[in-house]
Design a protein around this ligand. Structure first.
Ligand code: AR6
Length: 181
């Protein structure tokens, strides 16, 4: 599914983000910037040890990366230029501000990608695995934030691709994108 936003495109596809050709791949990381499971584990496995080495250097410089923020490494063995490690919020029912933190992951990642001149950026569904964010809510926030950025911000990013791993997540994002279109 592709939604056209002016001269930009927002695409949804099902699959493994480590197999997607993009200038920048966004990772669903944690505040400690330590390789974990899920999409984070897949990116570290496919990208090789260079990514963890760079994250260690970043950790020594900045300490933790708070939820809503992101840091950049190169992509190691992956066929991308950069990995943008975005830290989503851990979901708590009724917690205040978690929508903004999740939205901030996407806008911060797009700003970091734009600063580097990236044209194609691939995103996973941040926070909807181990971090427990309900997928329909997370999909609406993700799609609306990326859609608004492509519509409103001057950016090098011409193609934003959501790479959704399973049927349920793919369906939720399709519904959110249909509401945007
Ligand atoms: N490609 C695309 N999406 C994937 C892939 C893949 N290869 N593998 C899993 N997903 P999660 P979170 C989907 O748990 O909730 C890690 O331990 C998955 O099905 O990866 O933000 C980190 O280190 C789900 O839809 O990320 C953190 O500690 C989505 O990616 C923590 O998990 C996100 O699930 C982050 O949790």
């Amino acid at each position: 599914m592709v939604v056209t936003i002016g001269t930009k495109h927002l695409r949804l596809q099902q699959g493994d983000i480590t197999r997607v050709l993009a200038d920048a791949i966004v990772n669903a990381a944690n505040s400690d910037l330590m390789a974990g499971s899920g999409v984070d584990g897949a990116i570290h496995r496919a990208g090789g040890p260079k990514i963890a080495e760079q994250l260690k250097e970043i950790r020594e410089r900045i300490g933790q990366c708070p939820a809503g923020d992101a840091v950049v490494t190169t992509a190691g063995n992956l066929p991308a230029k950069w990995i943008i490690h975005a830290v989503g919020p851990v979901y708590h029912p009724n917690a205040i501000g978690q929508e903004d933190l999740l939205a901030s992951c996407y806008s911060k990642a797009l700003r970091l990608a734009s600063e580097r001149g990236a044209r194609i950026v691939a995103f996973p569904s941040i926070s909807t695995g181990s971090f427990g964010y309900p997928t329909p809510d997370a999909a609406r926030i993700a799609i609306n934030t990326v859609g608004a950025f492509l519509r409103e911000e001057p950016t090098s990013v011409a193609h934003a691709i959501f790479v959704l791993f399973d049927d349920k997540t793919f369906d939720a994002y399709k519904r959110a994108a249909a509401a945007l279109a």
